[in-house]
Design a protein around this ligand. Structure first.
Ligand SMILES: *Cc1c(COP(=O)(O)O)cnc(C)c1O
Length: 471
């Protein structure tokens, strides 16, 4: 009995009774900013959970946390910022990885953004033929633009390149065999595996050659009455070195032509500019691949094309026509806003303006002297605030499973918050706006190649604010 009485009077029991009601919390000044930012239902739901956790802790006497409204409000706000970061502000990408999949691959160009702002809030002629006053084809103009820019007979656009591959295979070879090299049965990113896409499309995988070597003859020998397509896949995110060789598009095109089969090439990136002009190795362009004899190629809109998420299919009309009329097309169609952004992106290429106006190409083309000057300006600013920082040579990566092993020389800013590297990197990521940098064992590295120059000052301020305080 004695024990029960003393338990009832324990500090945590009285704290339990003093926990505020959810409604009281929501009405408090301490929560008003959170309600504005996250909306009332989100704050209410988080408040319920935090209060339940506090109640549980108090009951089990684990701890007796402070229970003022301000303290509870802080717990709720911290929880919300962790769970609901939202897309409300851009992230500063200081990793030097140009196509950063986790950060949304290619940022859009100014012309694309202008087009989205001009059109997105209005009705527009998405599926309407304005001269005839009739229903139009959603992507007729885009198809023409894509054919012209890729120098192909016909083109088509869908939701992304994985969907493009699925459509191509289903339309051209469902129930038949796809001949593909064992060296190209790759996995791209998280969960896009060529053998699995083949299986989903009802196409039978006919592997030829070996992991490291496949000759044109290997393909030729595998062709039979059930063959539906010859498939070539850009390995995208890895390279093979040493005793390796794969059949070329030219060689395969001869074999495909003789057998009256389509040669399909999943290019992944779909480059329209000459990468050699940017100090990278020459990557066969979409136009070159078609010229070399691929009948159908497909590639992403948001990799090295530098536009919105999309899957572009280009090539011979007689094959594209089969996809155009396929019911699957409706399921994987491109969203209208992506169509607007893609049109503007393609227009930059047609205007010969892509290198200057498309962000990823601006970044790829940024001169090392510019990066050096900017890095030193940031370092001076940091040093003025007592933060040690130094410049060092390094490399930027194209990323996004594009051009693996190929890098661009850059100047890195090295920050060494001794003993608290991970904590400081986390603080940078949780800053407003978030700053994502490269984290190594003994340093945080900042690569300005992927940072917009007008963000350099902000970047210095974020670092200064996140820097560990001396005690
Ligand atoms: C990236 C890639 C894909 C997938 O493209 P998404 O646009 O992400 O769907 C398919 N094939 C290859 C070769 C790729 O590099």
């Amino acid at each position: 009995m004695k024990a029960a009485i003393s338990a009832n009077n324990s500090p945590s029991q009285s704290n339990l009774r003093r926990l505020p009601a959810v409604e009281t919390l929501l009405k408090s000044d301490a929560m008003s900013a959170a309600v504005m930012r996250y909306s009332r239902p989100l704050v209410k739901e988080a408040a319920r959970r935090i209060l339940a956790e506090l109640r549980r802790d108090l009951r089990s006497n684990q701890s007796s946390p402070a229970i003022s409204i301000d303290n509870i409000a802080l717990l709720i706000t911290q929880r919300l910022s962790k769970e609901w970061p939202g897309f409300s502000q851009p992230v500063i990408n200081a990793t030097g990885i140009i196509l950063h999949t986790n950060l949304g691959r290619a940022p859009l160009s100014d012309p694309s953004l202008k087009a989205l702002t001009a059109i997105g809030g209005h009705y527009f002629n998405l599926e309407s033929n304005l001269s005839e006053g009739t229903r139009g084809n959603r992507f007729q103009e885009l198809r023409r633009l894509l054919s012209i820019v890729s120098d192909s007979e016909d083109a088509l656009v869908v939701n992304n390149n994985a969907a493009a591959m699925l459509l191509v295979l289903i339309a051209l070879a469902s129930g038949k065999e796809a001949v593909i090299s064992r060296g190209e049965l790759v996995q791209i990113g998280n969960g896009f595996r060529i053998p699995e896409i083949l299986e989903q499309s009802g196409v039978i995988l006919r592997e030829v050659g070996t992991t490291n070597k496949t000759s044109a003859h290997d393909y030729e020998q595998a062709i039979n009455a059930r063959t539906g397509v010859i498939l070539k896949v850009h390995p995208s995110n890895f390279i093979q070195k040493g005793f390796v060789s794969q059949a070329s598009v030219k060689e395969l095109s001869v074999i495909a032509g003789k057998a009256h089969l389509p040669l399909v090439h999943d290019l992944g990136n779909g480059v329209l500019l000459d990468t050699a002009d940017f100090g990278l190795e020459h990557e066969p362009t979409v136009m070159e691949t078609l010229r070399d004899g691929a009948d159908v190629v497909c590639f992403s809109g948001d990799k090295l094309l530098g536009g919105p998420q999309a899957g572009i299919i280009a090539g011979k009309h007689k094959y594209i026509r089969l996809m155009q009329n396929h019911p699957l097309l409706r399921v994987i169609r491109l969203d209208k806003l992506s169509a607007v952004a893609l049109e503007a992106t393609i227009k930059s290429y047609l205007d010969d303006n892509a290198a200057a106006s498309i962000p990823i190409w601006q970044m790829i083309g940024t001169k090392i002297e510019d990066l050096r000057a900017r890095a030193h300006a940031v370092i001076r600013r940091l040093k003025a605030q007592g933060i040690p920082a130094a410049a060092q040579d390094g490399v930027s990566m194209v990323g996004g499973g594009a051009l693996p092993e190929q890098s661009l020389p850059t100047i890195l800013i090295r920050l060494s918050p001794h003993g608290v590297i991970d904590e400081t990197a986390r603080k940078l990521r949780l800053s407003s706006p978030p700053l994502v940098a490269r984290v190594e064992k003994d340093a945080i590295l900042i690569d300005l190649r992927t940072v917009y120059a007008d963000q350099d000052k902000l970047l210095s301020e974020i670092i200064a604010a996140a820097w560990p305080q001396k005690d």
